[in-house]
Ligand binder design. Structure first.
Ligand SMILES: Nc1ncnc2c1ncn2[C@@H]1O[C@H](COP(=O)(O)OP(=O)(O)OP(=O)(O)O)[C@@H](O)[C@H]1O
Length: 352
């Protein structure tokens, strides 16, 4: 649905052009929710604004629905933009217009519909975003979440096939964020809409994106399926972002006592990472029953990412060396990851 090819954008600076996007290649499929995440200043907003030419790329191509947007200007560009809706962080709705008139605005600008047709379309959109009862309210009478629903209804009024969301939930509290993300997900499913989601919050990506690209200093440093990125982040920026959502790190109190050590002896600390179907198996009780090990859980988190279970358990394991080795082999045979983190010193071991 969207092809971004060798996209570059530079802004003029005091000593010459300052590159902000440095060669972006991305392909976004029809009906996908595609997340673009990065730290502040990574170039996310600039990238999303290049998709509807609110910013004109310095080099490269943007193709949306088979049409090369980056080659268009004037009336042809305005017409192409009707196929690309956009939702903003601060809603950008007009305080002097009612909810209904805000949503009707793009239809008035496009023209071609009678007043009756416009109103029917607007009411349909308000129904879709759950604001049918607020049609005659003014923005000042709405909560942040409701204002964003108006923003979404307005973006969808021209029946676009792509919806760009630039930090659409960043101004909202966690509860409202959840409801707006659920709405975007629902709309994506119901209308088969392609959604591009710009955010700095990994939680947003985890909640609804199918695939994600990580942007750093104007480059895509990693991209893939959300589950894969969460479970096997490769780039340091991705790892740092994932850590904000999944606490994979050991608590300080345990980490401080960890020592490198051979397999033999007491207090061996092993981290087991659960992914895929084996994540549902009772692996710890297996280790106790089959290999006669003693197990003390030090730290753990089990979560679901897009309905697939994922988690880590850090355990202190005791037992004969041969049993330990066999147990590690057993865990790996189950396609779970088992890493020896080290050993905790004997007097400190009894930490649960
Ligand atoms: N119109 C502009 N003129 C000059 N520099 C700009 C312009 N727009 C953005 N920049 C610069 O481009 C860089 C990337 O900005 P951008 O807003 O795209 O990043 P971002 O990842 O969306 O960050 P944030 O979440 O903080 O907005 C920043 O260094 C910013 O100062």
């Amino acid at each position: 649905m969207i092809a971004i090819e060798a996209l570059e954008k530079a802004f003029p600076g005091p000593t010459g052009p300052v590159p902000v996007l440095r060669g972006i290649d991305l392909a976004i499929g029809k009906g996908e929710i595609f997340g673009i995440i990065g730290r502040s200043g990574a170039g996310k907003s600039t990238l999303v604004r290049c998709l509807n030419l609110l910013e004109r790329p310095t080099a490269g191509r943007v193709v949306v629905g088979g049409r090369e947007i980056s080659a268009l200007s004037g009336a042809a560009l305005r017409a192409a933009r009707h196929d690309i809706g956009m939702v903003f962080q601060h809603f950008n709705i007009l305080s002097s217009r009612t909810v209904r008139d805000n949503v009707a605005l793009p239809l008035e600008l496009i023209g071609g519909l009678t007043r009756g047709q416009r109103l029917r379309r607007v009411d349909e959109m308000l129904e879709l975003v759950g604001l049918a009862d607020k049609a005659h309210a003014y923005p000042a009478q709405l909560s942040g979440g409701q204002k964003q629903r108006v923003g979404i209804a307005r973006a969808l009024a021209s029946r676009p096939s792509v919806l760009l969301c630039d930090e659409a939930t960043s101004a909202l509290d966690p509860e409202t964020t959840k409801s707006i993300l659920a709405l975007l997900s629902e709309i994506n499913r119901a209308l088969g809409l392609t959604v591009v989601l710009i955010t700095h919050e990994m939680q947003v990506i985890k909640e609804i994106a199918h695939r994600v690209a990580v942007l750093d200093q104007g480059r895509v440093v990693e991209q893939g399926r959300v589950f894969d990125l969460f479970t096997q982040p490769a780039h340091p920026v991705t790892r740092a972002l994932v850590r904000e959502v999944l606490s994979l790190d050991l608590p300080e109190s345990v980490a401080a006592r960890l020592r490198h050590a051979p397999l033999t002896g007491p207090g061996l600390v092993v981290r087991i990472t659960f992914t895929g179907p084996s994540a549902r198996e009772p692996i710890l009780s297996d280790l106790v029953r089959r290999f006669g090990l003693s197990i003390n859980i030090l730290h753990g988190q089990v979560d679901t990412i897009q309905d697939a279970p994922f988690g880590t358990l850090t355990v202190e394991v005791g037992g004969a060396e041969a049993s330990l080795q066999a147990a590690l082999d057993y865990v790996r045979l189950k396609s779970l990851k088992a890493e020896i983190l080290g050993r905790v010193a004997a007097p400190d071991r009894a930490v649960a």
